[in-house]
Design a protein around this ligand. Structure first.
Ligand SMILES: [Cu+2]
Length: 108
């Protein structure tokens, strides 16, 4: 049995079993012209912080679901870009500068 939701205001996120429905942020590196992960599963609302650990500039280009695309712009060495994944679905992530850099993000 789940505990009854503690609800003070309908606009507040519901708290179930005492755990806040907080979004998580995970870090993925860009190193040697590769992402440090090639696949990742997230919950809706989670974020990925992409950190450029390389000596060259990178970029984050995200496709899907649907026609939605996002582009982080250029990340110089040492810079990061944080993107939220709000809608469930399968996302393709690549570097617009090095198209061989790819990862897949599954959002549940
Ligand atoms: Cu790149």
């Amino acid at each position: 049995m789940m505990a009854a939701p503690h609800r003070q205001d309908a606009a507040q996120p519901m708290i179930v079993d005492g755990a806040p429905a907080a979004a998580q942020e995970v870090t993925v590196g860009q190193r040697n012209k590769q992402f440090t992960r090639d696949q990742m599963t997230l919950k809706a609302g989670d974020r990925i912080k992409f950190v450029n650990d390389d000596a060259v500039a990178h970029n984050i280009f995200v496709t899907g679901p649907g026609d939605k695309t996002r582009n982080s712009g250029v990340q110089e060495p040492g810079e990061s870009a944080t993107l939220a994944f709000d809608a469930p679905g399968t996302y393709g992530v690549e570097c617009g500068i090095h198209p061989e850099m790819r990862m897949t993000v599954e959002v549940k």
